[in-house]
Structure formats: structure tokens, C-alpha cells
Design a protein around this ligand. Structure first.
Ligand SMILES: [Zn+2]
Length: 651
């Protein structure tokens, strides 16, 4: 809706927001009350929503997400797409989740409940109740606000996908009726899908959470009040501006750690709140250090972390389905009781989920429609942060002699993957959850890393800072990222993004042939006896007198993938000479021929490994007279084993 705001308007908005000390334009603000009934696994809720019609059209109906209805039965769109499992966790038989809207009305006005209907804008599945519509008695004019009151009950599912309970651990996310985004004259309010996260407008949240006293409670935003109630419960008040969602957690087994994090350049001061399950308390320092690293890296690389709190939630054992998930100013990490120091899964998840605070939280990307803008940019950021703090070649695994860096880890999921989907696609239209994940996470992350190596680190750093600065607290689309990339780099990058974002193919360049043939004295009759053509001896002194062999050296490079990218080739001769060639990479192959007294010994395409997207590094180089196949086979077998091992512990 506001994606084409011209520069002066952006400046005005920026100044206006500075004036009112708000970072975002509040469109959807909530007053929520939640009371946890831990025995019934229910939350009794009430909501007062203030919604601004920020469009230039009247709005005559309101659309809401009722995400928890995804867990209502086996025929919801989420359950059909996921077949009842997500990230390796299964839905429980009798532990369905749902949300019931008991009443919805305009404050001091009409009851809208009779008009309540469910919509299925994405797939027409009549069993799906994750999008609710109510009709307004009169259209809401542009620029006007409406206040709506809702009474609702949320029944949490046994956790297997983000939200729910496990024993008395509760992760309460996507738990209240949440208004969609009115954009470009229509509601953007998708159903809850197996491979999709979320999209919402910014606002201010005031939330009162009531739970039995024994529970340790954590939530989005800063705690502004806490009262003991006569019935053995406690009420916690949380307030937060400039966010587009609110999540909370409760568990009697959390151990709470607090630490004030301070950074001088840029200036950051925030309260780190760690809610660590008591069975994982020994790993508290690993989480804390990873979070400090994340705060420093993202603040310095993109922009200072602006919120007063950041809460890390460590899910209970058995509740890993809630792990690895981001919410504004709060995220869930994850570990297991046995986690060797060199297996940096808790660190990776902490940095990744914290990082979403930037690319999903502050930059309001639409994860339904263009998930790479969040997951891909965040995977790129995570790779850079992990490499910086834990070592480029060992940032993921440094255990029992095995070292795997973040780049290699992400490359592993792209190598050998099917060519079914491009990076840019609606998240429920991929052939499988696996294809969604490898495209929007790994492939998109490696795309940006390839871009960085090609443009140079300094240009890329300015590009990312500019993109964050221009699009924070707004809703960018892919074209906005490309425009910033082109403006900052001063290069046309359409050819790059149109291949990598829109086509399901791959990048794979290779040295396909290497030959050095002695040029024999010709056979037959010659007027002058000579070898052909006369070789140019660059350093005659280094060769024995009188021996002047010449070689025809052929180096053939090939493009096995569909994506085209300019290439460099490094060729090494047996006299030590190194030659660098460039190739526009457009044809299927090209050949470089040298007639020299030296023999070629090796050739390598993309010798600096700038093309981290290259699907197969093993064919990038050739060495003459080396029996490679067995070596390569063994290496690939080992990589496959590593990948299998990692898939057991990661999501
Ligand atoms: Zn993510």
C-alpha cells in the first residue's frame, strides 16, 4: 500500500515519527487480557482493537486471522498441507487447538457477531476457519479509526508447530483474533499454511496476562506492572509500541536470568531476559553469549536494536515444536540436555531467531507471499554473524574432529536438491515443505552471499544498511530490495535477481576438460623441418639446453546450470606461470588454448569461490594426471553422512 512512497514523503514520515517518538505508523493497536487455565490448556481472552483505515478507500468489512483454528481438525489447510506434522513434530490425537470468537462488536455500537463468516481466500477449503470476516454496518472512511471489542477463548494444541503446550510449558503465540493488512485496496489476510509464517501491521500493545502464581511468565515488550490476585494468580502487564504481534510464555520450570546489554557504537541499551528451562540451565551462558553476539552484530551491521527488552525462551524438553520461532522482542531458541560445545545449534538458533527481529519484526516483510525477504535475508545475516563469532570454517560444527562452517552447512541443503521451485513463490505453492525451506532459507541466503562476494563487502554492507533504514516499520516487496541494491551498487542487477529469484534452476560452472599434448614434429614432407607453431619460450634458462618440447594446452570450461554469471578461471602451468582468464559465462562451454613450452597442470573456475550458489564445487577444478573420482566420491559420501546427521538435530 505504501510501497511507492516517494522520497520526500518518506523523509516527512521519518521526521513526523521522530517528532512523536514513534518508530512506526500505528495501524492496528491492541488492548488484550488473557487468563491462562493450565488444566484445560485454555486462554480466556478479551481484545480491544483500534484499527486505522490507512488506505484511500472506504472499508466495509474486517478480516481477521484465527490462526489457532489451523489445529482444529485433520481437514484444515494447515493439517492437510503438513499431514499433521511440522519440523519433525506430530500433532497429538486428542490435543486439538482452536479459537472461538464468542462476541465481536463495535465499541459503543453494533454487535457484529451475527455477520461472522469464515473465508478461504487461498484454497477454498470449507473446513478451514483460519480467516474470519465481519461486515461493518457502514463503510469506514479513509483515515478514520474503528474500535472493536472481541471476547474469545483460545484452546492451545499440544505443541508441534510453534504454539501450544507440553505438560505445563505454554508457548502462547498466534493466540488472539488478529486483523489482516488492508493493502492496495484489498485485504491481505491469508489462511494459516504449513509452510508459512505471518504478516501484520504495526501498532501499540497493552496486554494483561493472568496465570497461577507458580508460573514464570515472559512476554513481548516491557513489563509495566505485576499484581498478586486473591485467587492465587498473578497478573503481569506488558506494553510495547512499534510491533506487529504479541506472544507470551508460561512455565513453572523456567529459571529467569536478566542482564543489561550495553553497546557504545551504535548506542544500544536493552534488557536481556533469558527464560531457561531448569533442565538446560547449564547452557544459559551459551545462550547469553549468542544473544550478545546477535545484538552486537545486527546493531552494527544494520541498525541499533531499538527496543528496551529482548526475551529468549528456552522450550521445555518435549516442546521443541515451539522452538526456533520469532515474535517481536521475544523468540524461542532450543537445545537438548546433551549438547556438546562444538555443536553450535543453540547459538545458531539464538542468532537466527533474534535476527528475525530485524527482517520480520522491524522490516515488515510479507512471509506468506515473499518469505525470502525474511528467511533468506536472515539466513544471510546469520551466516555472517556465525562466521564472525565462531569461525568461518567451524561455526556450525567443531566436534570430534569434524568442522563445518555456516556456508558449507547451507550449501549442503542446496547441493543435490530438486529443481522444482524458485525462491520467489507464495509459501504454500511449493512442491513440499523441504523445497520451501531450501529455497527461502539456504538458496536465498547464498544468493545474497554470492552478491556480496561479487559487489564487495563494503558495497554490500551499505546496501543492507540502506535497505534496513528505508524499509524498517514498513512493508517492502522483492522489487524494493532490488531497487535499493541497484541504487547503492550503481549496477543493473535485474539479470541476477531475475534468474535467481524467479527460476528454479541452478548455477553450476565447471572445468570440463584439461589437456596438454606434446606438439610432435609433423609427419610427412616439409620444406623446412620444424615443430609447429614455433613456441615462445618465456624462460629458456630454466630448461636444459637443446630440449625444447612444446605443448598444445586445452582448458575447457562449461556451464552445466541454467543460471548465467560472469566467471574467472585460474590456469596454472608446470613452469609456475599463472594465467587468469575471464568468461561471460553465456555459452554452454568455451575453450582456452595455449601453445607453450610449459604444460598446464591445473585449472579452476571461480578460484575465490565467489559463487557460493554454485551447486557443485567438486567440478570447479581439474588437476592433470590426478585420479580424482575415488577422492571425490569419498568426499561426497562423507558430506551426505554429515547432512543426514545434521538433519536429526536441526530445523
Ligand atoms: Zn527463520
Amino acid at each position: 500500500m505504501r510501497r511507492s512512497v516517494p522520497v520526500f514523503a518518506a523523509i516527512f514520515l521519518f521526521m513526523a515519527s521522530a517528532l512523536f517518538a514513534a518508530l512506526s505508523r500505528p495501524i492496528a493497536s491492541y488492548n488484550l487480557k488473557a487468563r491462562l487455565n493450565p488444566d484445560e490448556k485454555k486462554v480466556a481472552g478479551s481484545e480491544v482493537l483500534t484499527w486505522l483505515n490507512d488506505s484511500d478507500l472506504p472499508v466495509s468489512e474486517l478480516l481477521f486471522h484465527l490462526y489457532l483454528n489451523a489445529f482444529k481438525n485433520s481437514r484444515t489447510t494447515f493439517m492437510k498441507e503438513s499431514r499433521g506434522s511440522s519440523r519433525g513434530f506430530k500433532a497429538g490425537q486428542d490435543n486439538w487447538g482452536f479459537i472461538t470468537v464468542e462476541r465481536i462488536r463495535i465499541q459503543d455500537g453494533d454487535d457484529l457477531t451475527p455477520s461472522l463468516a469464515f473465508l478461504q481466500p487461498d484454497d477454498g477449503n470449507a473446513d478451514d476457519q483460519t480467516v474470519m470476516k465481519v461486515d461493518l454496518p457502514a463503510p469506514l472512511p479513509p483515515g478514520e479509526k474503528i474500535v472493536v471489542e472481541i471476547e474469545f477463548t483460545s484452546k492451545l494444541p499440544k505443541v508441534f508447530a510453534r504454539s501450544g503446550f507440553s505438560g505445563d510449558f505454554f508457548m502462547v503465540g498466534q493466540w488472539f483474533p488478529k486483523i489482516g493488512v488492508f493493502q492496495s485496496g484489498a485485504w491481505n489476510c491469508h489462511q494459516y499454511h504449513a509452510s508459512s509464517e505471518f504478516f501484520a501491521d504495526y501498532g501499540t500493545y497493552h496486554v494483561e496476562i493472568t496465570a497461577p502464581e507458580k508460573f514464570v511468565v515472559g512476554a513481548t515488550g516491557k513489563r509495566t506492572g505485576e499484581t498478586k490476585n486473591a485467587d492465587g494468580t498473578k497478573t503481569y502487564i506488558h506494553d510495547q509500541e512499534d510491533v506487529h504481534d504479541f506472544a507470551w510464555t508460561a512455565c513453572p520450570d523456567f529459571v529467569e536470568f536478566r542482564e543489561t546489554y550495553v553497546l557504545d557504537e551504535p548506542s544500544v541499551k536493552t534488557e536481556m531476559i533469558l527464560l531457561v528451562h531448569r533442565s538446560h540451565v547449564k547452557q544459559k551462558d551459551r545462550y547469553a553469549q549468542a544473544l550478545r553476539n546477535g545484538l552486537e552484530f545486527y546493531s552494527q551491521s544494520y541498525g541499533p536494536y531499538p527496543y528496551e527488552t529482548i526475551t529468549l525462551v528456552d522450550p521445555a524438553p518435549g516442546a521443541m515444536g515451539a522452538g526456533g520461532m520469532e515474535y517481536p522482542t521475544l523468540f524461542t531458541a532450543g537445545t537438548s540436555v546433551w549438547m556438546p560445545r562444538g555443536v553450535r545449534f543453540p547459538e545458531m538458533v539464538t542468532i537466527h531467531e533474534f535476527g528475525h527481529g530485524y527482517w520480520y519484526g522491524m522490516v515488515g516483510s510479507n512471509e506468506f507471499e515473499e518469505a525470502w525477504l525474511d528467511e533468506g535475508i536472515n539466513t544471510y545475516s546469520e551466516i555472517k554473524a556465525m562466521s564472525k563469532y565462531y569461525g568461518e570454517d567451524r561455526s556450525m560444527i567443531d566436534f570430534a574432529g569434524l568442522k563445518i562452517g555456516s556456508v558449507a552447512y547451507n550449501r549442503m541443503s542446496v547441493i543435490g536438491s530438486g529443481r522444482f521451485d524458485p525462491i520467489l513463490k507464495k509459501s504454500w505453492e511449493y512442491i513440499s515443505g523441504g523445497s520451501y525451506a531450501l529455497n527461502v532459507y539456504a538458496k536465498a541466503g547464498l544468493m545474497l552471499l554470492t552478491l556480496e562476494k561479487w559487489l564487495g563487502e563494503e558495497v554490500m554492507s551499505r546496501l543492507m544498511k540502506t535497505y534496513f533504514e528505508q524499509w524498517k516499520f514498513r512493508h517492502p516487496i522483492s522489487q524494493d530490495f532490488i531497487r535499493v541494491a541497484e541504487e547503492v551498487s550503481g549496477k543493473d542487477l535485474g539479470w541476477f535477481f531475475s534468474q535467481v529469484l524467479h527460476s528454479p534452476d541452478r548455477l553450476d560452472y565447471a572445468v570440463s576438460g584439461l589437456k596438454a599434448e606434446e606438439i610432435a614434429a609433423g609427419e610427412g614432407l616439409f620444406d623446412v623441418r620444424t615443430i609447429e607453431p614455433p613456441p615462445k619460450e618465456p624462460d629458456a634458462g630454466s630448461r636444459p639446453e637443446g630440449v625444447l618440447k612444446a605443448y598444445r594446452n586445452e582448458i575447457t570450461v562449461a556451464r552445466y546450470g541454467e543460471w548465467i554469471f560472469p566467471q574467472e578461471i585460474l590456469i596454472v602451468f608446470d613452469d609456475g606461470e599463472k594465467v587468469r582468464e575471464s568468461w561471460d559465462g553465456k555459452d554452454r562451454w568455451t575453450r582456452f588454448v595455449y601453445q607453450k613450452t610449459a604444460k598446464v597442470v591445473s585449472a579452476e573456475i571461480d578460484p575465490e569461490h565467489k559463487m557460493v550458489l554454485d551447486a557443485n564445487y567438486a567440478n570447479n577444478s581439474r588437476v592433470l594426471e590426478l585420479k580424482r573420482p575415488a577422492v571425490v566420491k569419498a568426499a561426497l559420501g562423507f558430506m551426505a553422512w554429515v547432512q543426514g546427521f545434521l538433519s536429526l538435530i536441526s530445523f
